[in-house]
Write a protein that binds this ligand. Structure first.
Ligand code: ZN
Length: 302
């Protein structure tokens, strides 16, 4: 799905969200107007407010504005005295910055960008449900796991101002690498970023299809804001594809300052053996990457 179509869809969902808030507000006001005192106050407020809004075309009438505010305060007091949330006088929009219009100060509001990125992440990661840092089972975590979790959590909190661009997590099967990657993806999506989560097998397959001109989704991996590659080393080596496209992927992403987060069962020696010096030095470059070696025992056996 292209970006424009995605944006249209998200904007449409905002229209619905806004209409729902306004409908709920209208229903609330109409039920409150069953009460004579409220009804009287509300009609006076409504009339005055309309007069004020009309006056705005000819320059703001501050006297009318003050009168509107007094009536509004009376209505709010009435609600509070009856143990009803005074905010309900107005439609309850989710975003107080743009009132769910998606536009603030003539620009895209951060809530719209966040909703758009969340939708992109779902599409790019194939509807994957990510685990979250809150789901860490402290009882099976080693001291190193706690340190790793804190480091990764901080990286996500600071993103895009994190100290290093990339993260590689090495370790044997069951050490919790995929879990940590998913927690990071989850935290980043929640903070409004767009992530693409793939296994190395998937990335390799996309590269193969791209290579033979059958599918161009490999560019998703190239251009994703944050790319996760799970289980690097588990993919088959395809001649003229695997190493070439992996190098291109890592190189292009680094040049564009886009983070790549990788997990692998391989240790550094095996990584060097399997790929080559060019890929290896790009991947584990200490200036750009945090390299973590998870040595904890297989948690699936605990
Ligand atoms: Zn907003």
């Amino acid at each position: 799905m292209n970006n424009q179509k995605l944006l249209e869809e998200v904007k449409h969902s905002f229209l619905i969200k806004r209409a729902r808030a306004e409908e709920e507000n209208a229903a609330f006001i109409s039920s409150m107007c069953q009460n004579e005192e409220f009804d009287k106050l509300y009609s006076a407020y409504n009339k005055k407010n309309l007069a004020y809004l009309r006056s705005k075309f000819a320059g703001e009438n501050l006297q009318l504005k003050a009168e509107v505010d007094v009536l509004k305060q009376k209505l709010q007091n009435f609600l509070t005295e009856n143990n009803i949330d005074a905010n309900k006088l107005e439609p309850q929009y989710e975003c107080p910055i743009c009132n769910d219009t998606g536009i603030a100060n003539g620009k895209m509001c951060s809530c719209l960008l966040s909703a758009l990125n969340s939708k992109k992440s779902v599409i790019m990661s194939g509807n994957k449900k990510f685990k979250s840092f809150d789901e860490c089972d402290d009882s099976i975590m080693t001291e190193q796991d706690f340190k790793t979790r804190d480091l990764l959590k901080t990286w996500c909190e600071k993103y895009p101002n994190s100290t290093k661009l990339n993260i590689n997590i090495f370790g044997a099967s069951g050490a919790g690498k995929t879990f940590m990657l998913e927690c990071m993806a989850n935290a980043l999506v929640k903070a409004g970023h767009a992530v693409c989560f793939k296994t190395a097998f998937d990335v390799n397959e996309l590269a193969r299809l791209y290579h033979i001109g059958k599918n161009f989704d490999f560019s998703l991996c190239l251009n994703a804001e944050v790319l996760f590659i799970d289980d690097l080393g588990s993919e088959p080596i395809i001649k003229n594809v695997t190493k070439e496209y992996l190098y291109n992927l890592i190189n292009t992403r680094q040049a564009n300052n886009r983070p790549t987060i990788i997990s692998s069962n391989l240790d550094l020696n095996n990584l060097l053996d399997r790929y080559d010096e060019r890929i290896f030095s790009r991947l584990v470059n200490k200036k750009l990457s945090i390299n973590i070696n998870l040595t904890s025992p297989d948690k699936r056996l605990i």
